[in-house]
Structures are given as C-alpha cells and as structure tokens.
Design a protein around this ligand. Structure first.
Ligand code: GDP
Length: 412
C-alpha cells in the first residue's frame, strides 16, 4: 500500500536536481559554484548586499565556507527546488572519482570560456559525460573578458563536441558593456540589476529587436528539425509557442541531441540566476532518469527511484572530517532512517547509519531519513569505501563492480 508519506516523498523528488559542474581548468567552475551557493542564499542571504562591489562582499563570505571546499556534495535550495551540487574532480589522476561522480549525478552544467571556447580538457570531460549519458546544459562564461564572443564559442561547441547548440540567449553588450541578455524564449531583456546577481526584466532594446527575432527563429527551426512534436506545430503555425519550445528543449537535453546554451560572467555575478532557472527547467529530476542497474551474482536487477522499494545506495566519497567519517551516498531506491543497519555487500559487512546529514556550505544539518534520489552524507559506517553499495540486508545487490579501493581522504 502506498502511504501518504510515500506520495509526498515521490512528489518532492520532482524538485530535486543532482547537479555537477564540468569544465576545463580555469573556465570558471569554482566561481560558478560559488555564485550558485551565493544566489541560493547558502553562503549569503540575498538582499544583504549594500554598497561596495559584490566581489568584495562575496569574498568576505568565502572565509566562512570551510565546509564547501572540502565537501563532495553541497545541498542548496532554489525556488522550491533542492539542488545537490556534486563535486566532479577536474584532474585526470582521479579517473575513478570522476567516473563515480558522473555516475551519481543526473545532469550537469558544462562551463566554457567565452574567449577560449572548447578546450582539450572540456572535450575529454564531455566525452566522459557522454559515456554516462549525463544530460547537460552549457554556460559560456567570461563574457566580460576582452575578446569574448558567444558565437565563436558556440561554433566550437558544435564543431568539437559534435552536438547541436540550442542558444537561448542573446548577449546585450560585451566586455565591460555586458549588461544583460535577451531571453529568446520569453523575448524579454534580463538586465543585471547590480552586483547581487539578480536581474530586472524589460523590453528587448530597439537596436537588438531584429537580431533577437532572427535568433529566436533560428532556435525554433533547429528545434523543429530535431523534435517531431515541435515540427508538427511549426508546420501548422510556422512558429513555436514558448511552451512547446521549452518542452522540446527539455526533451532534447534529456536525449543529448542538443545542448541548451546560456551565457554570462560568473565573476561579475551576471547570468547565474537564469542559469539556475535553466537547471530547473531543462535538467532531469531523479524520477526522470532511467532506473539504476545492479547485479547479484549473474542476475541483473533494476531499481527505480522509488522510496518504497528496498534501500540501495552507492557510497561515492568518504571523507574524514572534524564532524566524523562522512560517507557520501547517492540513494537510488528505498528509504533509510537514522539508526538502521545496512549491508555493505562487497565487504559482506553490516554498517549502522548513526546520523544522516545534508551538507550545506557552512554547516551540516541532521535529518532523520533519506529517500531515493537523495544525496546525503552519513556517519556510522566504519569501513565502507567509495564505490561500496550499501543496501537493505534482505535485498542485496551490487551497484558498481569492485575496483581498487579508494583511499579515505582526510580533510580534518
Ligand atoms: P576553475 O579552475 O574552472 O574552477 O576556474 P575558477 O572559477 O577558479 O576561475 C579561474 C579564473 O578565471 C579565476 O581567476 C577567476 O577569477 C576567473 N574568472 C571566473 N569567472 C570569470 C568571469 O566571468 N570573467 C572573468 N573575467 N574572469 C573570470
């Protein structure tokens, strides 16, 4: 029998985004991450920026973010959605860790530099994400830099990544004059209000109206070409409604046939709010992704993101911290309650879940349960390694074939 609690858990899952940020070193991954934490109020309550530059205000907050820089995953809240930001190590020496982090996320933002475009490392991480079929949106960063050009960066995405760019914004100005974007879905100008990262919405400036219309048309034609449902509407009306366009963009993101492209300057805190809106609009929730597959001996099992199914989670990182030995889990199915005992299948060992924590930028928040789709850290397991499957003792399965055990990282 499905309980009311189960129904609530399931509907809450539609608001979860397990998100990674992929980038070439220096493209701005750290800055984008920090601006997201800032925009979501995790490191700074919005509306508290008074005078002085935002950068300075922001930097003063950075000193408090002790947990964030060591966390394998940080939870924040945006417009009623829970966004779990999962760290994807950029360094090739951590190949296992990169693979595992790609495995536990449901979607990603690929960050590119508006001057350099696609760089070799962004190409390799893109290929890795392809192998894991991770739905992605692209953020062309650093539009404030001398020589920045969205079109050139978009051309390099098309040519080097062999994916069809679906550009949903037109920049208003470049370099120091980069003051906003035209949102091509709403056909409205979003102008950065100040350094706080918020924007004000207004009419498309006269001088950009023709160009914005041309680009909207191009977007509609590209989408109609790729998406049968959109094509039907396009043929009938020779244009697409915003609703059809948004639905088709979501679908093309899920299948990887196209990549939605946004732009901004993370450093100047410009463009991160529309980016978060796109995360919520286009990237999937844990309910939208295919069930995870596990094995038990020769048998393959599928587990859907169902809070009522037997519990199964993958430990994707283990950190020794001042709070204790944190085992980061992606819960794939079922529900775990504080105090329960689970089985580490590979090690054939029982482990007790003493505490369940949501890791935020500057604190750990204790919760009583974690359900399918969640990313949490637990304290209690004494020996579980990254890569271990933790599951209900009466419903064992292995989510990841055993490899050389990863070390426990000490960050205390
Ligand atoms: P990561 O290596 O990808 O994590 O990149 P960082 O976020 O550390 O950024 C690399 C450098 O680029 C730093 O010096 C940042 O201050 C700078 N940077 C990041 N975003 C922007 C931006 O939007 N504009 C400009 N001009 N510089 C940026």
């Amino acid at each position: 029998m499905r309980t009311e609690l189960h129904r609530q858990h399931t509907s809450a899952l539609t608001g979860v985004r397990n998100l990674g940020i992929l980038a070439h070193v220096d493209a701005g991954k750290t800055t984008v991450t920090e601006r997201i934490l800032y925009a979501t109020g995790t490191t700074h309550k919005r509306g508290e920026v008074h005078d002085g530059t935002t950068i300075t205000d922001f930097d003063s907050q950075e000193r408090d973010r002790g947990i964030t820089i060591f966390a394998a995953a940080v939870s924040c809240t945006w417009a009623g959605h829970r966004i779990n930001l999962i760290d994807t190590p950029g360094h090739v020496d951590f190949a296992d860790e990169v693979e595992r982090s790609l495995r536990v996320l449901d979607g990603a933002i690929a960050v590119f530099d508006a001057v350099a475009g696609v760089e070799p490392q962004s190409e390799s991480v893109w290929r890795q994400a392809d192998r894991h079929a991770v739905p992605r949106i692209a953020f062309v960063n650093k539009l404030d830099r001398a020589g920045a050009d969205l079109d050139t960066a978009v051309a390099s995405i098309r040519e080097r990544l062999h994916v069809i760019p679906l550009v949903v914004q037109l920049p208003i100005g470049y370099e120091d004059g980069f003051t906003g974007v035209v949102d091509l879905l709403r056909m409205r100008a979003l102008v950065w209000a100040d350094g706080s990262g918020t924007y004000e919405e207004g009419d498309v400036p006269d001088e950009l109206r023709d160009e914005a219309q041309r680009r909207r048309r191009l977007l509609e034609e590209t989408v109609a070409e790729l998406h049968p449902g959109a094509l039907e509407e396009f043929c009938a009306r020779s244009e697409l409604s915003g609703r059809t366009l948004a639905g088709a963009l979501r679908e093309l993101t899920r299948t990887g046939e196209g990549v939605v492209v946004l732009c901004g300057s993370a450093y100047r805190n410009r463009g991160v709010e529309p980016l978060l809106e796109a995360v919520v609009a286009y990237l999937p929730s844990p309910l939208d992704v295919p069930p995870v597959r596990g094995t038990l001996g020769e048998a393959v099992q599928e587990r859907a993101a169902d809070p009522a199914a037997p519990f199964a989670a993958l430990a994707f990182k283990v950190n020794a911290t001042a709070t204790g030995r944190l085992t980061y889990l992606r819960v794939y199915s079922g529900t775990i309650r504080k105090g329960e005992t689970v089985l580490d299948v590979g090690a054939r060992r029982s482990e007790r879940i003493g505490r369940i924590l949501r890791v935020q930028a500057d604190r750990h928040v204790d919760v009583d349960t974690a359900v399918a789709g969640d990313i949490v850290a637990v304290i209690g397991p004494k020996a579980a390694r990254a890569g271990a499957t933790l599951c209900a003792p009466d419903a064992p399965l292995v989510l990841e074939p055993p490899t050389v055990a990863d070390p426990v990282v000490s960050v205390a």
